[in-house]
Design a protein around this ligand. Sequence first.
Ligand code: ADP
Length: 306
Amino acid sequence: MFFQNTPESVGKEGAWQEISDSLVTATGVGNKITHKRPLSGGSINSAFCVETEQGDSFFIKLHQENQLSMFEAEAEGLQELRKANAIRVPEPVCVGAGQGYAWIVTEYIAFGKANPQTQETFGHQFARMHRFTTKYFGWHRNNTIGSTPQINRWRDNWIEFYRQHRLGFQLKLAAENGFKGSLQSKGEHLMADLEKFFISYTPIPSLMHGDLWGGNQSVDDAGNPVIFDPAVYYGDREADLAMTGLFGGFSTTFYDAYHETWPLDAGYTVRKTLYNLYHILNHANLFGGGYAMQAESMLDQLLAEC
Ligand code: ADP
C-alpha cells in the first residue's frame, strides 16, 4: 500500500517547497531542504531522510493530503510516548498538508546495530513505559491502526472499551468487507463472554505504543532501542506485549527482562490471543482472506476457554 505519486515524482517545486517551508517555520532556522533520500521499510507511507542547508537531518513521511489527521495523531502519539521517558522515541517536528500531500516531519534517527544488552534494556524500558499510567482507558483523540481508524473514547471500564472500540469495531468492519457468517457469530459469542477472561485480573490504563510489531522498532547507533509509528492509547499493557509476539523481532531476553521489571498475571497466556485477535481482524480488513481464517481459528481457541 505504498503511495507512489510522491513529490519525488512530481518535481521539486510545489509539495517539496511547502514541506521545506513548513520545516523552516517549525524550527525557526534556515532549515531549507537541500537533499532527500527515499527510505524503505514503511507499510503505509512514503518515507524520506532529508538534509537541510544547515546540515541537519530529518525524517519525513508523505501520504495524500486528506490524511493530515493521521499524521497529526502520529505526532501527538510520539509526543505522548516521549512523556514516559522510558524508550527512545523520535521527536516530532511538524505536520502539514498542501499541493495534494500531507506530511509529518520528525527527528531523524540513524539506526545502528543491536549490542548484547539491547533486548534486555528494551524489555526493561517497555515495562517502565507501561508504568506510565492514567485514570481512564482510551485517549483524548482517535488515531489509526495501519490505515484503519482506531477509536479511543475515554472509558473507565476496560472490558467495555475493548468490546466496543476494538473487537466490535473490527468485526463490524469485517462484516462490511464481506466477512460474515461464522466469523461474525463467533465474534458475537466472544464479545458476550468477554468478562470471563477477566475474572481474577483487573487491568490498569497504561501508556501503549499500540502497534509494536517488529517493523516499528529499531536500534540507534549507540545500541539503544527505538520505537516509532505508534497507535497510542491507554490500555491493558498485556495487549501491547501480546502484539510484539505476532510477527517476531523480540527475543526471549526481551520478555524475561519485561517480566523481571513488572511480572505478568498468569492469565496473560490466554488473553494474549484475545488481544492479538484485534490485530488479525485488522489485517483481515486491510489485506483480506487468509487473515480472516486465522481470526476464526483464534476465535475457536478463545471460545474453548470460555
Ligand atoms: P509507515 O507509517 O509507512 O509504516 P514507518 O513510520 O514505519 O512508516 O517508517 C518507515 C521506515 O522508516 C521504518 O521502517 C524505519 O526503517 C524508518 N524510520 C521510521 N522513523 C524513523 C526516524 N525517526 N528516523 C529514521 N528512520 C526512521
